[in-house]
Design a protein around this ligand. Structure first.
Ligand code: ADP
Ligand code: MG
Length: 402
């Protein structure tokens, strides 16, 4: 039987009945790309090299469940083999990895290449460096700039989230990000005057988007700077899911530096298990496990990129109102949604809002959320997903919310 969960109006979780052959699978095909690169690149990424998009904030980890289930009973309709292709590499300023599954070897063999190609395509599409289209929009601020329609659509979504979140998420935050430089070289509180000047350039209402097919354009206000770092990886995750399904992937888990996107269920026919990182601990230390399929699981927090100055800690999510890093009573926000861009953008917004406003907005927008308080004592979870979230830290108070 399939079950459907709703957080408000949004469909997000499908528990499709698993095809028989998934009861018995072996990993025959395995492909790892770019591991040498990964090791070199990891140091560069964590050392705060120039940023492409956003850095990861949560290391969501996949539990080793698929492998455990491999010894189940054989099926009569299929030889029981499922083929796994793996990819790991450094891209978009973070570690990108994927496990992709198909039931024939040839398809699986093509998946890692297809994945690598698509990641490169999205990196080029969304780069803010060189002659990338987003850089062009910023360089020619005040003028209409032709862009790929996928960019126009994402900018439009960003504008909508900015409006609905009352600027807690602000895609024109770029000038302010450049003043603080948190996570890419900034090490102290900037001059008040510089913050004030940057803030004058922050206003999503001055973004115009023209989505005429084949002739998409974007225009931002003069002096403004568009920053899609809080939403683009979410979009890319969902796009990769669709691309890989088209390329023949039947199951898969894609991790863009803590932004996880799931292709259907796992090869054993069960839900994928995705870890939510402990905000106070090392990467890969897990506080809760989310069971889900066919969705993105995205976390925002301020524990990975921050600076200490004058005895205070400043995180990398900034307030469009005060010009300072947001002060929030939340340690992290996780959103589970089929629309990765929405999950990513809203994650940043809810984190910035703090628990009270975030809970109201989550209910209003029909978002499936897990909020963790700054003191790590309370975890709020949306009712619709509560049965699919296992909290590992038994000392936490769990509050199920509408
Ligand atoms: P990450 O991708 O690092 O996990 P987010 O999705 O929360 O985290 O995005 C954070 C990035 O978004 C910052 O590095 C900055 O470039 C940008 N940003 C900072 N403050 C805001 C804001 N209030 N609204 C939108 N983007 C923001
Ligand atoms: Mg985000």
């Amino acid at each position: 039987m399939s079950r459907t969960f709703f957080c408000g109006r949004k469909f997000w979780l499908r528990n499709a009945a698993a095809p028989n052959y998934h009861q018995d699978f072996k990993f025959k095909y395995m492909r790892t790309v770019g591991f040498g690169h990964l090791r070199v690149g990891l140091a560069a990424a964590l050392g705060g090299a120039a940023l492409f998009l956003a850095f990861p904030l949560s290391a969501a980890a996949q539990m080793p469940q698929a492998a455990e289930s491999a010894a189940a009973a054989p099926s009569s309709t299929h030889d029981g083999t499922i083929y796994e292709a793996r990819y790991a590499g450094l891209s978009m300023g973070t570690i990108v990895s994927a496990k992709l599954y198909a039931s024939d070897e040839k398809t699986a063999a093509g998946l890692a290449d297809a994945f690598e190609q698509k990641v490169a395509e999205y990196e080029t599409l969304f780069t803010v460096h060189g002659d990338g289209p987003l850089n062009e929009v910023n360089r020619r601020a005040g003028q209409w700039v032709p862009v790929d329609c996928r960019i126009a659509a994402l900018v439009n979504s960003a504008k909508t989230i900015a409006q609905k979140s009352q600027s807690a998420f602000e895609p024109t935050i770029g000038m302010l990000v450049n003043v603080w430089k948190i996570g890419f070289g900034g090490d102290k509180h900037p001059q008040k005057e510089d913050i004030k000047k940057a803030l004058e350039k922050v206003d999503y209402k001055r973004i115009s988007v023209d989505q005429t097919p084949g002739a998409c354009r974007v225009r931002i206000g003069a002096g403004q700077s568009l920053d899609l770092g809080a939403i683009a990886k979410g979009w890319i995750g969902t796009a990769l899911v669709q691309d890989m399904k088209r390329a023949g992937a039947e199951h898969g888990i894609i991790d863009l530096g803590g932004n996880v996107a799931l292709i259907e269920n796992n090869p054993s026919g069960q839900k994928w298990r995705v870890g939510v990182q402990r905000p106070d601990a090392e990467r890969n230390s897990i506080l809760a496990v989310v069971e889900a399929n066919a969705v993105s699981v995205i976390t925002s927090g301020a524990y990975e990129r921050k600076i200490e100055s004058d005895g205070k800690t400043y995180g990398h999510i900034l307030s469009a109102v005060t010009g300072e890093p947001v002060s929030t009573d939340l340690a992290s926000v996780t959103i589970i949604d089929a629309d990765g861009a929405a999950a990513d953008g809203w994650c940043t917004a809810l984190f910035a809002m703090g628990s009270k406003k975030a809970l109201d907005a989550a209910q209003r927008e029909g978002l499936c959320v897990i909020l963790i308080s700054a003191d790590l004592k309370t975890l709020w979870v949306s009712r619709a997903i509560a049965d699919n979230v296992k909290v590992l830290d038994k000392s936490m108070k769990i509050k199920v919310v509408p």
